[in-house]
Design a protein around this ligand. Structure first.
Ligand code: NAP
Ligand code: ZN
Ligand code: ZN
Length: 346
């Protein structure tokens, strides 16, 4: 066991504070990673505050991890010491079910082992990236290509793949009109990736405060959803809408913006259930869908795609003692566009 510094929430809704945790010995197929940067995802806040239900405490959040391989087990073939690597939302899964075999480990029928707020195959709670080191099986580690800084790469491990996966699955590309709802951590990556895929991209944000940024990141159009005229003007426009909003939306209104056969894919994970009138999908044969992160192969594909297109996240680098303040700014939609913790300050 190795003792490492970490930042943890000691209980639900309690502020995060410095602590230490134990990491397991490096096993035959394990990689020890010196974590350099860890992104702050809104999911960290939902979980640290038990917004999604009962959670495991103390909780060390963080599933946007970028670092350097410091040690490898004797059976490791994919990585060597010094490699630039990342870990996202999962650190293990059953590896045997149809989904795991298809590279869809996030939909493992036994339930994937989440990077934190989960229980590992050893029965121990998992602890995430707000820490200085982590030990992960090599099959759940991805390589970060040269050309993307580790700091701007960290958010790709969740925000990047969570938006890349549905954009690819629903064929965002040339000739397709794609709307992104919410310009936060996930949203700004959705804009960059959808633009790089060749789609015509529209941002639907609560206000026009971030319009200049959105256009710079690759959006072709930018509308405020606080203006009811937006919903009249854009009725029947989009092939695909990706909602990254962390709170319940008026789904009926957004479904009205789809073309016939269009899809509204929700990656935002609000804490409350939603309700909507089914006629908003019946008329126009529309789809309301959801999507969860992406598999390990797809995460590597996304990183390679981002490197090839020169894409990284727009980040605000913070010290660990600024995490609680950063959480408040995320909740206030005041993040431009991902907080990333310099783990040397933990
Ligand atoms: P974020 O940085 O806080 O971005 C969310 C954005 O949604 C905000 O910037 C804001 O954009 C908009 N928004 C917030 N509250 C709103 C409200 N009440 N009404 C309308 N718009 C609102 O969060 P994130 O890290 O991108 O995560 C977004 C959501 O995705 C969270 O619920 C998170 O848990 C979830 N998530 C899901 C997956 C998955 O696998 N499905 C993976 C990662 C995260 P504007 O200011 O532009 O309006
Ligand atoms: Zn996340
Ligand atoms: Zn499985």
């Amino acid at each position: 066991m190795t003792t490492v510094s970490a930042y943890a929430a000691p209980a639900a809704k309690a502020p995060l504070e410095r602590t230490t945790i134990e990491r397991r010995e490096v096993g035959e197929f394990d990689v020890l990673i010196d974590i350099k940067y860890a992104g702050i995802c809104h999911s960290d806040i939902h979980q640290a505050r038990e917004g999604w239900g009962e959670a495991i405490f103390p909780m060390v959040p963080g599933h946007e991890i970028a670092g350097i391989v410091a040690e490898v087990g004797s059976g490791v073939t994919k990585f060597t010491v010094g490699d630039r690597v990342g870990v996202g939302c999962m650190v293990d899964s059953c590896r045997e079910c149809d989904n795991c075999k298809a590279g869809l480990e996030q939909y493992c029928t036994q339930g994937a082992v989440m990077t934190y707020n989960g229980v590992g195959k050893d029965g121990e709670p998992t602890y995430g990236g707000y820490s200085q080191k982590i030990v992960v099986d090599e099959n759940y580690v991805v390589g970060i290509p040269e050309g993307i800084g580790l700091d701007e790469a960290a958010p790709l491990l969740c925000a990047g793949v969570t938006t890349y996966s549905p954009l690819k699955h629903w064929n965002a590309g040339p000739g397709k009109k794609v709307a992104v709802v919410g310009m936060g951590g996930l949203g700004h990556m959705a804009v960059k990736i959808a633009h790089a895929l060749g789609a015509e991209v529209t941002v639907l944000s609560q206000s026009l405060r971030k319009k200049d940024d959105g256009l710079k990141l690759g959006a072709d159009h930018y509308y405020a959803t606080s203006d009811p005229k937006t919903f009249e003007e854009l009725a029947g426009t989009f092939d695909l809408i990706v909602s990254t909003v962390s709170a319940p939306l008026d789904f009926g209104a957004y479904l009205g913006l789809l073309k016939t056969d269009g899809a509204l894919v929700n990656v935002g994970a609000p804490e409350e259930p939603i309700s909507f009138n089914l006629f908003s999908v019946i008329s126009g044969r529309k789809t309301l869908a959801g999507s969860s992160i992406g598999g390990i192969r797809e995460t590597q594909e996304m990183l390679d795609f981002c490197a090839a297109h020169g894409l990284g996240a727009e980040i605000e680098l913070i010290r660990a003692d600024q995490i609680n303040e950063a959480y408040e700014r995320v909740l206030a939609s005041d993040v431009r566009y991902r907080f990333v913790i310099d783990t040397a300050t933990i």
